[in-house]
Design a protein around this ligand. Sequence first.
Ligand code: ADP
Ligand code: MG
Length: 731
Amino acid sequence: MSSLRFTAIKNIAKNAITYDVKASEKITTIFNENVFTIKTARHYLSDDAYKSLVASSASGKKIDRAMGSNIANGLKAWAEEKGVTHFTHWFQPLTGLSAEKHDSFFTLKGDGTPIQEFEGAALIQQEPDASSFPSGGLRATFEARGYTAWDPSSPAFIMETGQGKTLCIPTIFVSYTGESLDTKTPLLKAVVALDKAAVDVCQYFDKNVSKVNATLGWEQEYFVIDAGLATARPDLLLTGRTVFGHAPAKGQQLDDHYFGAIPERIYAFMRDFEMESYKLGIPLRTRHNEVAPAQFECAPIYEEMNLAVDHNTLLMDIMTRVAKRHNLIVLLHEKPFAGINGSGKHNNWSMSTDTGVNLLAPGKTPKTNLMFLTFFVNTIKAVHDYAELIRASIASAGNDHRLGANEAPPAIISIFIGKYLTDVLNQIEKRVGGNFDETDEAILKLDIHKSIPELMLDNTDRNRTSPFAFTGNKFEFRAVGSSANCAGPMTVLNTIMAETLKKFKIEVDTLIEKGEKKEVAIMQTIQKYIVDSKKVLFEGDGYSEEWEKEAAKRGLPNIKTTPLSLDAYTTNKAKKLFEDNQIYNHLELEARHEIMLEDYIKKVQIEARVMGDLATTLIIPAALKYQNTLIENIRGLKEAGLKPDMFATQKAILEKISLHINTISSHVAEMIEARKKSNDIEDSRKKAIAYCDNVKGKHFDIIRYHTDKLELLIEDDIWPLPKYRELLFLR
Ligand code: ADP
Ligand code: MG
């Protein structure tokens, strides 16, 4: 009874005392309090510096050194008033996390006088010693150095950690020769590519459009559990998921958690991290219980994409930190618990013009309807043409447990658009010979704008099983993993959309040159795109077996594992796509491929080690202990003169336990062998496949199965790991 498990259970009552979160302030008074917004900048910057910052934050244009010094001074004045002592470039290397290296404003003059300063040069560019970040060999081939450069389109902010306050400057992170080493650089490039391509197409409809912003509203799912219990689960601490654990008698079958009353301890935690988020300008809007016990979700109001991505990265960081104050742990892993829902991060995506039009919102006039249809159908075409890249963009060791598992979207990329729009597309498709007239009554005067929102808001017309669904005025990319940095999938989505729109424009222009009217040329191209890509549309149950069969018939890719799905990044098609749109050169692509494979290998390797360690040092010893109790018992009964059939049950349990122990230990031994063999493989792709097939595939499920069986046999008092019922229900 001295195990960590029982200490943790005993401590829950003590830990669960709700941390005192200040009474809710009015959100509007604290929103952006710690952000150097354009409005704040007005107070701290000279006219010239202010103008230059405004221009750069809109265009992403570089700021020169002289102006940089001006802005740095203003930033420092603001930050010092708020008690800031240090600053850091804040960036997102390819670890999937954010990175910082703090420097003090404090310095000494030549004569030893202490002063506080923040030079323009330090704002604009830094050279962190970054040799330990993943580079996929890029820095080995070129230069060891990497540098961070200010991204003025995402405002500086102050991070409060306890009493400490740090001024954070969002930056990109690139190698000395310019190759990107982070997630932000390619995202910014993809945002620019989409802007350009979308503005060009918008010209058909409205000459006043001069900028198109990609927009993103993410929905973050997560689990929260007691930190004491987590401490007694080395697997949770080291891998973010439970590698063992039998399903509890009660899981999510009663559907009693979804949208239920939020437990008080969690509620205090939510309010606490929300307050921190508001100060940093993260516009959180919703919070609720999710389907699985101990699972929750939050979502902000959507924003311009680059900012939205930064805000999600920040939020994950804030949640993790704030949880500790409440003696809680946030699990962002895609599948922390087997047998109940995993966590995703729905990426709601659209495009909006500087004239205030959401390009995926159905229009109200024939002209705006045609504009909507254009962007809508181009999205379908883009996802159809590059489905394997979309799949690759969400691939990770964690998401492999989720995609295709009970509640999650399958690894097949398909699009749900709802019945009404399916009918609209069918009508367009059936128009024989592309015979449209310019204000096509039948199609363009459809009341799409009236019918769609009504249908879409009605939950029955919202297929929850689709990985990519149209939800009335945006697409919801649901297959993204909960721990992912949104930049990966959003870079791909923006890029394939840019490429598709560029080609669309060429096709339409060609028809116009041949003498077609503009509207007719557009409708004919839309019709062609519908024919070309309709096989990616699917309205049925994406979780069903029939769909797997149907998708195979349609020739849609269904790649279940990360190592294989990542191949899509290095095909000639992908290289051409990313090079043509100036997102990645082929070296950057290969480096990224390498990094993602390495990440996969390491994660599976860690899981394998944790499994082996726990099985050998906790599970098997507990099983042996209980066996000894049984043996003792049998011996005693024998001595007392009882007939063998009186201890038949004990013998049967004894036998079962032996069987499980033997299977576990032989598989652990084989798994270690398989790991050694895999480690000898030079080629990362082959190594990742070996880890996937031979380490994970041949052993994880079996070791787990037998361990979970033991959990049901062995005396509860000596079972060493907190059980699912405790992790999920004690708070
Ligand atoms: P749901 O559709 O999942 O029921 P909401 O309608 O609240 O929930 O939207 C979910 C997310 O989609 C929110 O973050 C919301 O801001 C975002 N969203 C709404 N419109 C857009 C848009 N035009 N572009 C990007 N995201 C959007
Ligand atoms: Mg949603």
